[in-house]
Design a protein around this ligand. Sequence first.
Ligand code: MN
Length: 251
Amino acid sequence: MEKRDFLKASALFTAGLFVLPGMTAEQLLARPEGSAASKGPYKLPKLNYGYDALEPHFDAKTMEIHHKAHHQAYIDKLNEAVIEAKQETTPLEKLFSSLKTNKKNAEAIRHFGGGHWNHTFWWESLTNIKTAPIGGLDAAIRTQWGALSVLKNEFNKAALAQFGSGWAWLIVNESKKLQIVSTADQDNPLMDLPGNVKGIPVLGLDVWEHAYYLKYQNKRKDYTEAFWNVIDWSLAEQRFQAALAAGGKSK
Ligand code: MN
């Protein structure tokens, strides 16, 4: 959904009239989690926790709408796009790294493929179990920033500076160093795009208003602060090690 539509839809949602193309919010939310809403290779991933598990940092209603409605909408459009272009079996990472030469459906891959990949990454990044940076990632953060609090400030600054919709990322870049970057809309650092710093994400923060508006309204800063309470650092360490092994280069 475009941002302007989201703002309009937010108002309608409050009035109980929230509508996505072809479906009401009630219909979207009534679907069983992970149900095949559209034909195609991509399905809504199941979460490892309940929608209310990340309270009070992320509220249950936002989690549910974000997962069942927003993420599913990206999947539906992505399925249509890959079926149309006969790319059902091509890994998304491969499609991301060939955006410059893809004349068929680069915009659809960028937006809907990015939407699906980014949100799958997002759900996996979160946990209601309190963790802290460990291992090689912890050491690299200390080497590059001195302390986690310094990284956190820099990362939050990038999240706040991203005008409109987008993501802030901590990546392993192609020099095998950690780096904070931000991308617009549903772009991500795996994509072969002009001006994009390429690398493999270790952490990502969704700064689309749909990720926080119900609870935080215009207070994106409070939302970026809340994110640090629900990060799964064990998974971040696994991602970091895998990214280093790959030399910061995606497939
Ligand atoms: Mn989102």
